[in-house]
Design a protein around this ligand. Structure first.
Ligand code: ADP
Length: 173
């Protein structure tokens, strides 16, 4: 029996931290549905449709990945797509409390649904869409933190965005 997980999130925009969770999730699940949620509490840079389109362009070659948007209760969406596993990533303590509450709430809403957490890769510990947007809006390079296609989209929104990290080489004393 093939096992499907739903990886829900804002993905505004998708980062290399998200991609790491997806790639590792594919070692556990046969199929992952990346589900871009409408979140009225978060001010978004890209519309949900733009985010779905951007992620589709990145994962197009992988037949085990699907990208969709959803609105409303996540557990209802899972029932619609015939899945019972939610995949989430965990970074720091700050993620933990929210993720813990969310997982318990979803389980309360539907006992058959389980949330599986993957710990962030150490490289992506600080990789977060909000910080990336903040840095990019002030022109700071975010190369290496997002896929190149996303870098181009960010550059369209933030023309001042630098292409490379502006770290200067240290001169010898
Ligand atoms: P949300 O709107 O729920 O915060 P996000 O788009 O920020 O959704 O993230 C979706 C999921 O991916 C969440 O479980 C989040 O913790 C996880 N995630 C985001 N960035 C990383 C990262 N760098 N490493 C591991 N997990 C991450």
């Amino acid at each position: 029996m093939s096992k499907t997980a739903v990886y829900p999130g804002s993905f505004d925009p998708i980062t290399n931290g998200h991609i790491d969770i997806i790639n590792r999730g594919l070692r556990i699940f046969d199929k992952i549905i990346i589900a871009v949620g409408y979140n009225p509490t978060k001010e978004a840079l890209f519309t949900v449709d733009e985010r779905v389109e951007m992620i589709r362009e990145i994962v197009v070659d992988n037949k085990r990945l699907e990208v969709e948007s959803y609105e409303g209760l996540l557990v209802d969406y899972l029932i619609n797509v015939n899945a019972n596993v939610i995949l989430r990533g965990l970074r720091a303590m700050s993620d933990f409390e929210y993720e813990f509450q969310l997982a318990l709430m979803n389980r309360r809403l539907d006992r058959k649904i389980e949330t599986v957490f993957l710990m962030t890769g150490s490289k992506w510990f600080y990789c977060n869409s909000r910080i990336i947007k903040e840095a990019a809006s002030f022109g700071g390079s975010v190369r290496g933190m997002v896929p190149d296609d996303i870098l181009h989209k960010l550059k369209e929104r933030f023309p001042k965005l630098r292409e490379n990290c502006g770290r200067k080489r240290r001169r010898s004393p």
